[in-house]
Design a protein. Sequence first.
Length: 581
Amino acid sequence: MITYRIAVADPNAHLYRVTLKVPRPAPEQRLSLPVWIPGSYMVREFARHLSGFDAKQGTRTVALQQLDKTTWLARCESTATLELSYLVYAFDTSVRAAFLSSERGFFNGTSLCLRVEGREAEPHGVELGALPRGWQAATAMRAVQVDANGRGSYEAADYDELVDHPFELGRFWRGSFTAHGVPHEFVVAGAWPGFDGERLLADSKRICEAEIEFWHGRKKPPFERYVFMLNAVDDGYGGLEHRASTALIAARRDLPRANQKELSDGYVTLLGLISHEYFHTWNVKRLKPSELARIDYSRENHTELLWFFEGFTSYYDDLLLLRAGLIDAPRYLKLVAKTINGVLGSPGRQAQSVAQSSFDAWTRYYRQDENTPNSTVSYYTKGSLVALALDLTIRSAGHHGSLDDVMRALWGKSGGGPITQADIAQALHDAAGRSLEHELQQWVHGCEDLPLTALLEAAGISSKNDAAPFAQRVGLRVSEGALTGVQVKSVLRGSAAERAGLSPGDELLAVNGWRVRRVDDALQWLAPQAAAELLAVRDGRVLTLQLDTASAADAGSSYTLSLADKAAGAALALRRGWLGV
Ligand SMILES: [Zn+2]
């Protein structure tokens, strides 16, 4: 069996030592590291962190030739085992790569495990070598022989499975629960002492049970065991889905605190993240775009369907918090309104459809810059609104269907496997009792705004549109800090700020002769008239610019949603079916 021995070589230098053993290698054996990690659609070229190669067969040194940025060729004798050893520099604090310090370790196989080309379908083993004193290991990979701390040997059925099981290493908090008979483990690294682990376990269990029921009713889910790995940091947010685990990052202050009764916005965000990544266990890890049925680790793998796999997952992550009883309907509507305002606040929604944005994820969504709000629409946020619009459309079609039926039909028909947009269109047709091709064309492949206010009204939800914050209305995205001042991050397309000549990178010093500390206060207090004189610094030079604030009056929007008091008849029935109230 192909095996990787993974050892902590030097935590202070952030180095792992990997020793790969390949029995019966090819005479010209190619070995390559993935350039991306599935679930995070960007070429990251992990191989740039590899060094110190040493290849041998028995006592014979094997010649190793580098072929390109990520591939090596070993000239071998086919009878003896190839033993290849190398160092991996690991200091990436995200969930997408590998990390090692004196406090903690984390790795994905895509960062550490060279792919033995031609042998991907064989079983792959992992042996965890010596770890610093007191460290434990957590992973969802099948353990072959491990001690109480998780040190020992693990096995995956093939290379895809090997790199789909990240490992968390260190002195972490550990808890467990069962959801519909399936054991779940939750490890948390870096939490403050006042962290309420039992609360986190209880709330996560409710999410997991709601999602298992969503897909399978009382039947078992398609995994034997599941592991949540959460790294609590000073500031951060993110997650990456895997077939039987997820790696999460959250701010420490967002974890539940002992004796905390209220649900903080930060904790709701964390529960939403847990719900999101867990939902992916079905939607993208098993049900997946047909283009990703076979993963090509050497290049971009384009699909137009991330609006479905990320967007619909984003729709259900918060909705399932409501169904699990963790948030109420008003809180849920607040989250929906925030998403609507985010989408309407980005001119990029008129430049790109969510299908295009999915395809371009590799070079746009994942490589954001100052022009991103103008050129790109998020397939997460707009995709979740497409799901909302389709759900309400199906529910109002009088066919007793919902988007839930669409998800379950897709799961049933594909056997939890690859699907295409035609499959989605068919499942929508079946649930609504009529074709929704026209809606898909407009909402997924078009750039016009979704008819959400009308759909929500028909579902017993009132919407109120107040003036957007002033900075949004004049077309500015800024960062504000006591030391850095007001820095322009983005200037929105067609806005008053753009007409005034402001550029990303400008520092805003003063408005109408007054020093600016917070841009929204400054513009509201200092520039209520038709025009304002701005003082800005660009590349060391002070500029005076004229801002026409009158033209900004109607720009942007700020929706709030609420349960309509007078909802009755069909609208009330629809709302009860959808939100339970
Ligand atoms: Zn996601």
